[in-house]
Design a protein around this ligand. Structure first.
Ligand code: NOJ
Length: 569
């Protein structure tokens, strides 16, 4: 080796040894935006959204001030659960495009400063996945990739009483293997066996594969379902009101959910992310976890490497009948459970739950204000920035969601996620500008002529203008980036107050829960300046942006919410 080569190698080794995760914490004040690819933008006019469609709309994220997008699955899939049934973890489904489309999307997004996060679906595969096809014939190492058991009564009935999240038995019989396999979700979504170290290695390999494609992190699906008790005990009845024998809520899932081993598995994936960023000297990779479970179990993921254990409390624990005090309680509870140094997050909606504007009729913007003014990360589901509503009248014949189909014709409406997955409403042209196809995979909400992004961009007041003004405030106000948090309930429980303060700078949110009566709010004694200025107001509020108010006597109109900031000198 020549002297020059030798010096080069030494300096290379030294630089690698020094390599470390770059830009740590870039996600800390982020606004993340969930794209549901089937419904975002259709570039080839087949009625289903795709990757090129998303690329063509990247400017929307820049205009809105979004930090990063997370995409629901775009991998090869028979689409039984619309991509959550994966037949090849390392390929793109042709419905969404090609690997090149994905690479172009991430490259363009990078240039625009938008992070791209993919959905990691580790709990199960499709029954069409090669691993499952090999497993059912007991081939080599694949034999134990899934959870296989012999049934009771001479193999005539399932091994136990476990029920699937999508209702009905969580076991299906396979004639080739002459055994039952376990599935937390649809029967064509067999669960992987994480007691098997080879399965764990496979999933780490999948993670590295996408990191090499330039992905900025993962949203990890269905985390509490990863492990089950190996002794297969029957689960006890829950006595949940209205639950019948096939319903998931019929049982207490003490043996199939929240197994302690889950936490170490999540930590092992975080290590893969950190090691990768470290070794390649790349920006920190972010991990978000989806877990519908108790507050304690959810926030425990912080300690095991999740940067963003999704906080669904605004979806699951409060609704349109909740009082200001209920909101205060769920906010305070989350904050008190967030370990020191970790970052709170607030999720308002997603592809599995009724849309925010439908859950909180007439109050959707107030909810947007809350998630944006509270400290930490805000997570938006596509369409919520324009206040899209659920399309509730989808017929049984048009229903696509397996959760609804499994529930049967009588119950499908209460289970269907189709109403909140209809295509994005871009403008008032055919199919809301989403597609030029004659038929879209789900019908477009008929309100699109009035309710669409193009209209809201030019309106004087709109959901979208409220949304973007709030994000601009997050970028501008140090009180929102670093300020402490105080939550109060005043005026006989009618008003929720959120105060953020940093040095002399403050931001205040007031929400009037009374639909009929205006409130006079007195904020003296809260350490605020005497005067505040309205920065954002709900649509139709007689008190408008730019109004200066005295903190001793603030007029908060009926059903309104106002966001104030200290006057800048
Ligand atoms: C959670 C996903 O969000 C949901 O859409 C899916 O049906 C289940 N996991 C199963 O993968």
């Amino acid at each position: 080796m020549s002297r020059a080569t030798c010096l080069f190698v030494i300096s290379l080794l030294a630089s690698n040894a020094l390599a470390e995760v770059r830009n740590k914490g870039w996600w800390k004040n982020a606004v993340f935006y969930q794209v549901y690819p089937r419904s975002f933008m259709d570039s080839n006019n087949d009625g289903v959204g795709d990757l090129k469609g998303i690329s063509s709309k990247l400017q929307h994220f820049v205009d809105s001030g979004i930090t990063g997008i997370w995409l629901s699955p775009i991998y090869a899939s028979p689409m039984i659960d619309f991509g959550y049934d994966i037949s090849d973890f390392k390929d793109i489904d042709p419905t969404f495009g090609t690997m090149q489309d994905l690479e172009e999307l991430t490259a363009q997004a990078k240039k625009l400063g938008i992070k791209v996060i993919l959905d990691l679906v580790p709990n199960h595969t499709s029954d069409k996945h090669e691993w499952f096809r090999k497993s059912l014939i007991g081939e080599g190492k694949y034999k134990d990739y899934y959870v296989w058991k012999t049934g009771k009564n001479n193999n005539q009935s399932p091994p136990n009483n476990w029920i699937s999240v999508f209702s009905g038995p969580a076991w299906s019989f396979n004639t080739s293997r002459n055994q039952w396999y376990f599935h937390q979700f649809e029967y064509r979504q067999p669960d992987l066996n994480y007691s098997n170290s080879e399965v764990r290695d496979e999933m780490e390999d999948v993670i590295r594969f996408w990191l090499r494609k330039g992905i900025d992190g993962f949203r990890v699906d269905a985390v509490p379902h990863l492990f089950e008790d190996a002794n297969l005990p029957d689960e006890p009845r829950s006595y949940a009101p209205g639950a019948t024998e096939r319903d998931y809520t019929y049982l207490e899932h003490i043996y199939t959910k929240d197994d302690p081993r889950t936490y170490d598995l999540v930590a092992s994936w975080r290590k893969v992310l950190d090691d990768y960023a470290d070794y390649h000297n790349e920006d920190e990779k972010v991990m978000m976890t989806e877990a519908y479970t108790s507050l304690e179990n959810t926030t425990r993921y912080y300690k095991f490497g999740s940067h963003v254990p999704f906080n669904f409390k605004f979806i699951t624990d409060v609704n349109n009948n909740s009082k200001a005090a209920d909101f205060k309680r769920i906010i305070d509870d989350w904050i008190s459970q967030t370990p020191n140094g970790e970052i709170p997050n607030w999720v308002m909606g997603n592809h599995d739950r009724s849309r925010t504007a439908s859950r909180y009729p007439g109050r959707g913007d107030q909810m947007t204000m809350l998630e944006m003014i509270l400290p930490g990360i805000a997570v938006t589901y596509n369409g919520e920035e324009i206040g899209m509503l659920d399309k509730r009248d989808i017929s049984w014949e048009d229903t696509q969601d397996p959760q609804a189909c499994n529930a049967g014709k009588d119950k499908y409406q209460s289970q269907s996620r189709d109403p909140n997955r209809t295509p994005f409403q871009w403008d008032s042209t055919k199919n809301a500008g989403f597609s030029k196809a004659n038929r879209t995979w789900l019908p477009i909400h008929e309100n699109y002529i009035e309710l669409n992004l193009a209209k809201q961009k030019i309106a004087n007041e709109s959901h979208y203008k409220i949304y973007t003004s709030l994000i601009k405030m997050r970028q501008r106000e140090t009180a929102l980036q670093q300020g402490n948090l105080k939550t109060l309930v005043q005026n006989n429980g009618q008003v929720l107050i959120v105060i953020r303060q940093h040095n002399e700078q403050s931001v205040v949110l007031l929400i009037n829960f009374n639909d009929k009566i205006a409130q006079i709010v007195n904020l003296t004694g809260q350490g605020l300046a005497n005067e505040l200025v309205v920065e954002v107001a709900t649509i139709g509020s007689p008190v408008k942006k730019g109004t200066t108010v005295n903190t001793r006597e603030i007029n908060l109109p009926a059903k309104a919410a106002l966001v104030f900031a200290s006057k800048k000198s």
